[in-house]
Design a protein around this ligand. Structure first.
Ligand code: SAH
Length: 218
C-alpha cells in the first residue's frame, strides 16, 4: 500500500505554489491558508511527484481532472466562505476542492455523477480528516433537495445553463459560483439570490473546465 508522507520539501513547494497564486491576484488569506494545509500530492499518482505543486490541472481517473490550484482558489474566493456555512459542491472529482471548503470551516455536501470517482473517494486517506464533508453519488443538476437550502453552491464543471433546481436550493442572500458555457468559451459567474427570489449576476474571467453532464454514470 502507498505510504503518504508530507515532508518539509512538500511543504516548501506548497508554500511556493501559494505565493504564486497570491501573485496572480488571490487576496483572501483564508483561502490561501486552507490550501497551504492540504497536501495536494496525496491526490496524484506517486509517479507524478513534485508536479503536484505546479499551478496546473491534472488528469485523475475516468477522464476527469483535479482543477488547477489557481482556479480552485479563484472559485473559493468568489464564494466568500465563512465557518459553519452549508456549501453544496457539484463535481467531487478528486475531492480536493471539497477539502479546501471544509478546511475553511464549511459544512460540505458534494455530488459526483461518476460511480468510480465516488467509490475512489471512499477509500481516500485524507477523507477521515474532514468529517464535515458528506459525499453523494448523483446528478448535480438535481442538487440535494433534502438538505437544501444552502448558503453557497459551487459548480466545478462547465454548466450548459444555470441549473434551475440549484437556484431554488440556494438561501436568500446566498451565492452560487459556476463556469457557464457561452458562445466564446466558459465564463465564471457569481449569482446572488436577492429577497423575492431575483438574482444578481456578476461576470468574471474565462476558464477551462470539463463539461457538466446530465444523469449518473455507472
Ligand atoms: N472539484 C473537483 C474538480 C472536478 S472536475 C476537484 O477538486 O478535483 C469536474 C467533475 O464534475 C468531474 O468529476 C465530473 O465527473 C463531475 N460532473 C460533471 N457533471 C456532473 C453532474 N451533473 N453532477 C455531478 N458531477 C458532475
Amino acid at each position: 500500500m502507498r505510504k503518504f508522507e508530507d515532508t518539509y520539501k512538500h511543504k516548501g513547494l506548497r508554500k511556493k505554489l501559494i505565493d504564486d497564486i497570491r501573485e496572480k491576484g488571490i487576496i483572501d488569506e483564508n483561502v490561501l491558508e486552507a490550501m497551504m494545509k492540504i497536501p495536494r500530492h496525496y491526490f496524484l499518482d506517486q509517479a507524478l511527484g513534485d508536479i503536484a505543486y505546479e499551478d496546473r490541472a491534472f488528469p485523475i481517473s475516468e477522464g476527469q481532472t483535479i482543477s488547477q490550484p489557481y482556479t480552485v482558489a479563484y472559485q473559493t474566493q468568489l464564494l466568500q466562505i465563512k465557518p459553519f456555512e452549508k456549501v453544496l459542491e457539484i463535481g467531487t472529482g478528486s475531492g480536493y476542492q471539497a477539502m479546501v471548503l471544509a478546511e475553511m470551516g464549511a459544512q460540505v455536501f458534494t455530488i459526483e455523477r461518476q460511480k468510480k470517482l465516488f467509490e475512489l473517494n471512499k477509500n481516500f486517506t485524507l477523507r477521515n480528516r474532514y468529517p464535515s464533508i458528506k459525499y453523494f453519488y448523483g446528478d448535480g443538476f438535481e442538487g440535494l433537495p433534502t438538505f437544501a437550502p444552502f448558503d453557497k453552491i459551487l459548480i466545478t464543471a462547465a454548466a450548459p445553463m444555470i441549473p434551475p433546481k440549484l437556484q431554488e436550493q440556494l438561501k436568500e442572500g446566498g451565492m452560487m459560483v459556476l463556469p457557464l458555457d457561452e458562445n466564446d468559451g466558459q465564463r465564471m459567474m457569481r449569482l446572488t439570490k436577492l429577497s423575492g427570489g431575483e438574482f444578481k449576476e456578476e461576470r468574471f474571467g474565462s476558464f477551462s473546465f470539463v463539461p457538466m453532464l446530465k444523469g449518473k454514470k455507472h
